[in-house]
Design a protein around this ligand. Sequence first.
Ligand code: PMP
Length: 465
Amino acid sequence: MTTTAGAPGTEQQRTPAASTSRTPAASTSRTPAELVGPRSRTLAARREAALPAGLGSSMPVFADTAGNGLLVDVDGTAFIDLGSGIAVTTVGNSAARVVERAHAQLERFTHTCFMVTPYESYIAVAERLNELTPGDHDKRTALFNTGAEAVENAVKYARIATGRPAVVVFDHAFHGRTLMTMSMTAKADPYKKDFGPFAPEVYRAPMAYPYRWPSGPENAAAEAFEQFRLLIDAQIGAQQVAAVVVEPIQGEGGFIVPAPGFLAQVAEFCRERGILLVADEVQTGIARTGDWFASAHEELVPDLVTTAKGLGGGLPLAGVTGRADVMDAAHRGGIGGTYSGNPVACEAALGVFETIEGEGLLERAREIGTALTTELTDMQAATGGLIGEIRGRGAMIAAELVVPGTTEPNAAATAALSKYCLDRGVLLLTAGTFGNVVRFLPPLDLPVELLDEALQVLREGLGTL
Ligand code: PMP
């Protein structure tokens, strides 16, 4: 925001990126109590009258422009963006190559429907994903619009390729909000509550979550694997299982990094039994974790990989990339969608690949990860047990807050910290099955000074809890 509580009016209004087309309104100093300006208040009233209550937003203000790590609201207040629109604007909001390509495509045509009249950019995106996803086997890619749609289609491919019905997912998983993916998602409130009945043939295994493993983190991998094995071999029957779907780092669940070795054991088990391993990289993929895909950190070579979020640089685009024999199993016309692989979104994705490669963003994600982890570790030492664990990879880092002296989830402190930061112009998202995780998903073009400023606000916020 333009000012801090302690020093109203002492800071300059920030301007958004030069690449954004409009500049914010003239500087106005506001204290946290006045966070929501008059234009946002007017829009909030219109929103309430026109939109259903179940659609929530974390921020009480409305966006006007964005770029260079800042979001500027309709009243001209700038916020430091630590959320990237939930891990979408990894290359920044309105990155030049993304905007140029999307713009040029808009002038050529907006849509033909790939199922009617195909175009080159779809193929180019597929070729890049085939190249960049883990493993050098023969691959194919089909494009969709959203993460949930990609996961749904991965399940369709797995079922038709194996002829088996069951899907195994994990505790703390998030795979989407459609019927199938909601059924695969773990958390009841808000995602599943009162929306049942759910899709059949979805089974859930424990996740090797080191921090919360009952007998200690050192036992997490082996014990979680044993329970997973028993679920499949003894309860479902391995010959019934089409796929195991797993996020290599669980996103909405709280950036849970599975205990080392767990995913490798799961992969081997699946291979032995003809079960397909699907890595849901919707949140972790496309440079977020400092590699193109988080599976690479574990040397995991999944049979299928789902992507979305960062892929389209802000435009809706998703993909399923997988073994050619699996992807070719679906019959003609069985897969697709009117908008799937929209040409503007495909051009944007090609701009995303170019930006990541041209600007060294894999390296930048790792640097951000190191800076965040170092700072958070320092804050952990200074805050007397409030931060139970810091985890994640690259520009996907989280801090799990607990009641000091215990491992009891501290959702109240998490909400208070997020509000403290928002009131001072820092957008910080929360996550976690127990609502007690603050997660850092900055755009990779976030300038160092803004990251430092945001961390200073965070440090002060932790001091108030
Ligand atoms: N899978 C994962 C791992 C996700 O994080 C999400 C979104 N948070 C989804 C699937 C669903 O994506 P979408 O909201 O685009 O449907």
